[in-house]
Write a new protein. Sequence first.
Length: 424
Amino acid sequence: MHISRTTIAEHNDQRMFAHERRFNHLASETPQALSVLPLLEAFQVAIPSWALGAGGTRFGRFGLGGEPRNLEEKIADVGLLHALNRSSGAISLHIPWDIPEDAERIKALATRYGLVFDAMNSNTFQDQPGQPLSYKYGSLQHVDKAVRKQAIDHNIEVIRYGEVLGSKSLTVWLADGSCFPGQLNFREAFQRTLESLHEIYAALPADWKLFLEYKAFEPNFYSTTVADWGQSLLAVSKLGPQAYTLVDLGHHLQGANIEQIVALLLMEGKLGGFHFNDSKYGDDDLTVGSIKPYQLFLIFCELVEGMDARGMLHSRDLGWMIDASHNVKDPLEDLLQSVEAIKIAYAQALLVDRAALREARAASDVVRAQEVLQAAYRTDVRPLVAEARLRAGGALEPLALYRAGEVRRRLTEERGSGGRATGL
Ligand SMILES: [Mn+2]
């Protein structure tokens, strides 16, 4: 399944007049918009291999049709997204599902689509067929040293697969915790986890990063051993300079001020990666920007300000990834929506008048500070994001082109309707 440059050019030609009118209007009203175009063009968001099929809940899963059947087809799907939006130039793999049988061939395939390999993800939150020891009571925290060793070895194996593909980071998310009071000694569980992480850290190549993701609850419902940013920061600080905290938007308790967390992690030089999604109640894994777009904008304001304060390159120095699940939407349409939402929030954050904001803060002018932020948030930057996409060779309206090309119908014809994408 392939969308040609000619098809994209024809699509763009039909929309060019209307687009230019909208873009010129924005550029005349917001002159600084032009200067952010190169930043928008450079910004890439990795797509996780597990987000390309229908997700599900613990109540059921509704099939989709045309789901990728193997790693090659997952790469093809991300390649399709990238051809449309020129902002999805990386794929994040999950082991054991995405073990590359022939790494050189997989690398060459990704290169053909203009993709690189983002963070590698290990999995010790469920048992695989034939696995000698069970993770029912945890992995890196387990009371049994043999179980911990099995989990450590798995993580090191994931690093080795990633090395061959050219990945530069390992993301560790642990389901480890307890379901009932009394089940676990918190201090000992944390110490065992940290010891295990030290062994994984020691196996990192010199130019790799380790991202430690935290999550407040689920699947364990009483305690999680790396439950919040404080616990992750504590662990990564003890691990060393190659270890960083990863923030997943859905992994906080309701009402948490994520933008403040981001600001402080960046200040400490310990924010490494980012998982985008949206939620109303818990780890809902919904389309980015579908529920709380203003929160996403406020987070991006802190990301931009915090990265600039440390002289970091927005496009490169943090790992940007979507981590979502698609229960009722076509995953590829959902991912196009998510990437668009991310770029809109990023563009708005870039347009904040930071000098005016600094002045308002210095004068304790609360009203003015809010006005400055919301002036950027209420700017319709869609023509700006579309212009960046156009300049990068993408489609002016990726979703419209995806639908006009009947991509899902064609994928279903090619791959069948009964298949189920692996990964989670
Ligand atoms: Mn995540």
